[in-house]
Ligand binder design. Structure first.
Ligand SMILES: [Zn+2]
Length: 209
């Protein structure tokens, strides 16, 4: 990257959420091995503080994703990333749920279609306002679209298949929570690291179960 290229960041508390989720899913030894593999050994036992300073770089986030695939192969790495993404939702709601207004009873009682619209927009706004990630949330008759126009998960990578599995897991769990326990079809169909203009995740509006 040249000196003039912009650097993009997550707030520390969001980087901390990712690392805590990785540790829960992979165990202490597993995350330490991944951090070593990603040349991020400085983060071992030294997670960022839970503050809003924009210091957790997109390079760090994408290196962590690549390390999962290096350590466990494409399939194994994908499985871990999905589970880590789902766990990120749990920790993320503790950090950001109240601020997004999604934990109030009035919201919980809305019909599902309304909750999907309000929840999707609030979620996109959280990233757009508080991180350097850029998201567009769209709704059609049958589907929801989560377009990540600037994506930390695949930042600087080149991949054969869409690789932003953590975002898929995060959306799966947020939909499960929003719907009170339903599963949805969630698939990343485009990825910037695959040469596409955005990382686009398509969600069927009708629950699978
Ligand atoms: Zn991506």
């Amino acid at each position: 990257m040249s000196d003039t290229a912009p650097a993009y960041y997550y707030p520390n508390r969001m980087g901390r959420v990712i690392l805590m989720a990785m540790e829960e899913i992979m165990g202490r030894n597993g995350i330490n091995a991944a951090l070593n593999l990603a040349s991020l050994s400085s983060l071992i036992d030294n997670y960022p503080p839970p503050n809003s300073d924009l210091e957790f770089s997109f390079e760090t986030i994408s290196s962590l994703q690549a390390a999962l695939e290096d350590a466990y192969g494409p399939r194994g790495g994908r499985g871990f990333a999905l589970r880590i993404g789902r766990t990120c939702f749990k920790y993320g709601m503790r950090e950001f749920g109240t601020q997004m207004g999604l934990t109030e009873m009035a919201f919980r009682l809305l019909p599902l279609s309304t909750k999907l619209r309000i929840g999707g927009n609030a979620f996109a706004e959280l990233f757009n306002k508080h991180t350097d990630q850029q998201v567009r949330f769209e709704i059609s008759e049958d589907e929801l679209y989560w377009h990540i126009d600037r994506c930390p998960l695949c930042w600087g990578r080149h991949v054969d298949q869409p690789a932003c599995h953590l975002a898929v897991g995060l959306l799966q769990e947020s939909l499960y929570w929003l719907s009170g326990g339903k599963q949805f079809d969630v698939e990343e169909v485009q990825c910037i690291a695959h040469g596409d203009p955005s990382c686009t995740i398509v969600i069927g509006r009708t629950p699978l179960s």
